[in-house]
Write a protein that binds this ligand. Sequence first.
Ligand SMILES: Nc1ncnc2c1ncn2[C@@H]1O[C@H](COP(=O)(O)OP(=O)(O)O)[C@@H](O)[C@H]1O
Ligand SMILES: [Mg+2]
Length: 337
Amino acid sequence: MTVDTTSADLFNGMRIKHTRIARVMDDLKTLIYPTSQDSILLVCGPTGVGKTTLARHVVDAGVQDATREMQRDAGLIPAVYVQAPSSGESQFSWKLFYQRILAQLDGGLPLPRHDFGVSAHTGRLVRPFGPSANSLAALRTAVERALRERGTQFLVIDEAAHLIRQTRRNHLEIQLDTLKSLANESGTQMVLVGSYDLYALMSLSGQLARRTHVLHFERYRQDVPEDIRAFQACVQKFQDALPGLWGQRLLTHAEALQDNTLGCIGTLSSVLTRAAKLAQSRGGWSVDVLREALLTEAQRTKILEEILDGEAAINPGLTRTMPKASTGRRPENRKAA
Ligand SMILES: Nc1ncnc2c1ncn2[C@@H]1O[C@H](COP(=O)(O)OP(=O)(O)O)[C@@H](O)[C@H]1O
Ligand SMILES: [Mg+2]
């Protein structure tokens, strides 16, 4: 059988809503509400666990959920996905970042709600003109206004470590303050998405840690039976997506696949995409082809190290101590006094 491997997207844009992704999405849905901007939400997990996929999923779901409101007001953009620009050696470029957000909000949509900020004629954003139009301050004002005018409930910032990676430690708070005030001014909840390095950067400052709420997007662990089942269910979905290629045989390798990909669904997807392409060029699928598509031992070891460090850092931090429950009785010694 022939498989269309000309497109990079062999699995046809398939997004498996597996246990972990559904759980993080539910948590986000719970934590995003109109007055919730006082803390920033952080979604952290290993490379290849599927964070970018989750981020896009969450934004699509946010738009889906607002269908009714959008029918009434086509100018609404309830959720926005943006990737924080990487700045190489230099400082983070707020300018580029603001421009990216504006590009998302300038949808050229009809039926504006207001004649200020969004043009009544075109439904497009009205931006300042003149030499200062692209100044940082003007861009910032335009972003604040656009988020408000578009009724944007949340902004998902992927690769968020770029925001603070090149920043000197005493400037970390300033970067986050900038984001926080943007959230407050616009009434938009900020959701930062990144790998464990984002968490590590955030925890450098007690200030920042106090003002963020962390959601852990974990891999499927090999020592948890529930996780093994969930991972198998994903392999099954990938098998079903290309039945002519794998037959029923992919599932028999689920354990080896979980071991090699460290239980990360994005990595699983990459490995299987590679395997499918190799299979096509070799004229068929075999265990050898699958083996060839796996992560090398060096790659796997490196990723595993990052995961173990990240999990060790994030897990104690996630254990919130509960105050002891009150018995409702007054202490004996008080009675005596
Ligand atoms: N739930 C999923 N269903 C199908 N494919 C997925 C899923 N999650 C991730 N992938 C695929 O795996 C690859 C890596 O995922 P990605 O979301 O970029 O991971 P991360 O951002 O955590 O590094 C992408 O090609 C993506 O399409
Ligand atoms: Mg990503």
